[in-house]
Design a protein around this ligand. Structure first.
Ligand SMILES: NC(=O)c1ccc[n+]([C@@H]2O[C@H](COP(=O)([O-])OP(=O)(O)OC[C@H]3O[C@@H](n4cnc5c(N)ncnc54)[C@H](O)[C@@H]3O)[C@@H](O)[C@H]2O)c1
Ligand SMILES: O=c1ccn([C@@H]2O[C@H](COP(=O)(O)OP(=O)(O)O[C@H]3O[C@H](CO)[C@@H](O)[C@H](O)[C@H]3O)[C@@H](O)[C@H]2O)c(=O)[nH]1
Length: 436
């Protein structure tokens, strides 16, 4: 089928590559000329394992191209995906201006029946708004052209984008016309998974509900971790014991310094805002947010209790991105931690395989090292902030020699505490009573 994907960020670029690899002819459209030029030369403007190589081969084969020419892309496609950003506004609601602008553009150039699909995460009711904008644009042109609006939310995770897009747990199609349903079914015929057909409003809500529930699981374990430290239980063992119950499941029960990224914080805020708007305050999600916002400060308090006042101390951060496998630092806990450490007079050094350039723009005072050992040099304490695999396998005797202090504080419960203690470190993680 002929498909256009409007907005070529994480989701758009991944969608382009996935659909093209399924045999469709795909045009990626973006307003950012530089991004389009980069993509056309086979380079990704962000880091995502495996995606650049796949995209390069699809471009060479001719099944994938990128352009800024939206009118041409609209004319040449049967299905138009919206994958533009929906960032938070100051009141927590989703900013739909990118969606609205893209839809207006589509309306100005629609020439025959097409399906307009939102893959962006949008509040319930946005499908109706998209329909209204298209109708208004067609009315301005004085033409009647049929179209359908579909919600097909994306569930990929950064760092695993390609895998998730090619092997999804489910494909949700919110759709209210047989013709559009048949086209969406044909589009996804190469994907072996559950196809869930719903109303547009159900699909829109499924996306927010899924992200909010995953965030809730994380805040649940993080709050319980604080209690475990008092009771002398271990949150990792408690979470393992809980996760073995198939009704609970083991995933998203890893305690740490809180969730970050471009989705959970923003989508929880947007759902809370929608609840307020509808007169249904979502109290549970208020608590999820507040636990998450206090988790990194709570962890730093633990660090300070261990090493003494931060003033004049050298603190090394291993990892800056919101999770491993990405260069994305959007709402990364590291950013708040750097701010708090600097405010309290600590000198911060850091290393991250992908995130240093972006953090340097925001926090130029942080001493960025060329490797983990460089960051650790002279440190009073080392904080594991992002569990990149290379940090789990450091030469710990080398680390010990290069540090000034002996504290390793594991914000992701990813290191082997017993091994570190045996190597002469003092070690503490999240949700276990501190023991040197
Ligand atoms: N990042 C993720 O892991 C992820 C996963 C699932 C869903 N989502 C959702 O997908 C949407 C996109 O997220 P993202 O992280 O890919 O965003 P992004 O900010 O990385 O990319 C958005 C792109 O859209 C482009 N754009 C904006 N207006 C445009 C227009 N009128 N025409 C063409 N291009 C335009 C921008 O230049 C940018 O390249 C959001 O709603 C997000 O919540 C994101
Ligand atoms: O047990 C866990 C699992 C995750 N996290 C943190 O949670 C955040 C988000 O992680 P993850 O969900 O793996 O990454 P995202 O790329 O943000 O993906 C989420 O957000 C996307 C955007 O909506 C959705 O598509 C995905 O399904 C959803 O998992 C990160 O800071 C993780 O460190 C934890 O603290 N503990």
């Amino acid at each position: 089928m002929h498909v256009s994907v409007i907005g070529t960020g994480y989701v758009g670029a991944t969608t382009c590559a996935t659909l093209a690899s399924m045999g469709h002819r795909v045009i990626g459209v973006d307003v950012d000329q530089q991004k389009v030029a980069m993509l056309n030369s086979g380079r990704l403007p962000f880091y995502e394992e495996g995606l650049e190589a796949l995209m390069g081969s699809l471009i060479t084969q001719g099944s994938l191209t990128f352009t800024t020419d939206l009118p041409k892309a609209v004319t040449e496609s049967e299905i138009l995906f919206l994958t533009v950003g929906t960032p938070s506004q100051s009141d927590g609601s989703a900013d739909l201006s990118y969606i609205e602008e893209a839809v207006r553009q589509i309306g100005r150039h629609l020439d025959r029946y097409k399906v307009v699909v939102s893959k962006s995460t949008v509040p319930v009711g946005t499908g109706d708004r998209v329909r209204a904008i298209l109708e208004a644009e067609l009315a301005k042109r004085g033409v009647v052209i049929p179209f359908d609006v579909v919600s097909n939310p994306e569930f990929l995770r950064e760092g695993k984008a390609l895998h998730d897009a090619l092997h999804p747990d489910r494909v949700v199609i919110g759709c209210e016309s047989d013709k559009a349903r048949a086209m969406m079914t044909e589009l996804y015929q190469g994907v072996r998974t559950v196809m869930l057909y719903t109303s547009v409003r159900d699909a829109e809500m499924i996306k927010y509900a899924s992200n909010a529930f995953l965030a809730l699981k994380i805040s649940f374990v993080n709050e319980l971790a604080r209690l475990c430290e008092k009771t002398g239980s271990s949150i990792s063992k408690v979470a393992r014991g809980m996760g073995l119950d198939s009704r609970i499941g083991p995933q998203f029960l890893r305690a740490g310094i809180g969730y970050g990224g471009s989705c959970f914080p923003k989508d929880v805020r947007a759902l809370i805002h929608l609840g307020k708007q509808q007169g249904v305050p979502l109290q549970l999600l208020d608590a999820v947010t507040s636990i998450n916002q206090t988790q990194a400060p709570w962890f730093l308090q633990k660090v300070e209790t261990a090493i003494g006042p931060f003033s004049g101390k050298r603190i090394a951060l291993l990892g800056l991105t919101f999770k491993p496998g990405t260069d994305d630092i959007r709402e990364a806990p590291a950013l708040a931690m750097i701010e708090m450490l600097q405010e309290r007079g600590a000198e911060v050094s850091a290393f991250d395989p992908q995130g240093m350039e972006a953090v340097r723009q925001i926090h130029p005072q942080v001493k960025m090292a060329t490797d983990a050992y460089g960051a650790i040099d002279g440190a009073d304490a080392v904080l594991l902030v992002t569990e990149w695999p290379e940090f789990l396998d450091l030469d710990w005797s080398k680390v010990r020699k290069r540090m000034r202090g002996r504290w390793i504080l594991d914000g992701r419960n990813a290191l082997d505490g017993d091994k570190l203690r045996a190597s002469g470190f003092a070690y503490a993680c999240v949700g276990e009573r501190r023991s040197e």
